[in-house]
Design a protein around this ligand. Structure first.
Ligand code: 0O2
Length: 244
């Protein structure tokens, strides 16, 4: 975030900042919804299963700043934290993740600050997800405020693992015993296998559908020809022959 509007100096900084982050989330959600609808309109396919967005809680902000060794204040919150506003996009297949990320990055008013690809480079615990930190302008009366939003993109299976791991990790106070860490990693491997299997099943279904479509078209053309109809262009060719 580059600046806080001057007129906000008098009023509660915290509420003002949260208002801006919340507005950024709203704008981002609309963008994602439009991109998804356009995708359905063009390809008749919905790559996004669902979208969740959240503002980081005050407790979580304080905890993270302390963990980073920073003084807890609104300046550090906007400068050091990149996930005060967060959007999570859950999609069907791994291939959708990169397509969605690309669609977002190509938006003219979005600036990608950095990407963390935990799919190509999973974390040692097995965590997989594609993270982008972007800025999006929030248009206030004083002008646009470039606001940071963290976007996490992952499959349903990756999200299942991450949500449960997050809960368990917090239950254990962030310090899981080694045997549990191994079990969690083993679960992440199962999730990986499931994603790969679902992807190849989907590819096989798409291929089968395409072959069926082709077979149907060929059958229709053949039955039209048998019924005395000329294949495409036949009528014109026939007319040309007759007039000659
Ligand atoms: P919470 O409670 O979810 O908010 P950065 O500012 O990008 O340099 P940061 O924030 O550590 O540093 O970035 P990273 O690694 O991209 O992590 C951001 C968020 O991703 C985390 O936020 C988690 O939500 C999620 N995440 C990262 N690693 C893991 C993991 O191993 N397991 C699970 N379940 N989620 C993970 P917070 O603030 O750490 O937590």
């Amino acid at each position: 975030m580059t600046y806080i509007p001057k007129t906000y100096d008098q009023i509660d900084q915290w509420n003002s900042l949260m208002f801006i982050y919340n507005s950024a989330l709203k704008q981002m959600n609309v963008k994602i919804e439009v991109l998804n609808s356009e995708f359905v309109h063009i390809y008749n396919y919905n790559p996004i299963e669902h979208v969740k967005s959240r503002l980081k809680t005050p407790e979580s902000i304080v905890k993270k700043l302390k963990r980073m060794g920073c003084e807890v204040n609104t300046f550090n919150m906007t400068e050091k934290l990149n996930d005060v506003a967060g959007v999570r996009i859950i999609c069907s297949f791994t291939s959708d993740i990169y397509q969605i990320a690309d669609m977002i990055s190509r938006q003219a008013d979005i600036t990608v600050l950095y990407v963390k690809d935990y799919i190509k480079n999973p974390k040692p615990n097995g965590y997989k997800s594609y993270h982008m930190v972007v800025t999006i302008p929030v248009y206030l009366t004083e002008g646009p405020v470039e606001t940071k939003v963290e976007i996490q993109i992952r499959t349903v299976a990756m999200d299942f693992w991450a949500s449960l791991e997050h809960k368990m990790y917090y239950k254990l106070g962030g310090d899981a015993p080694e045997f549990l860490q191994k079990e969690l990693k083993a679960c992440a491997d199962v999730v990986d296998m499931l994603d790969a299997k679902m992807y190849s099943l989907n590819e096989a279904i798409l291929q089968w559908n395409a072959q069926e479509e082709k077979r149907k078209t060929e059958n229709e053309t053949a039955s039209r020809t048998e019924g005395g109809e000329q294949p495409d262009g036949g009528a014109l060719a026939g007319e040309a022959e007759a007039s000659a």
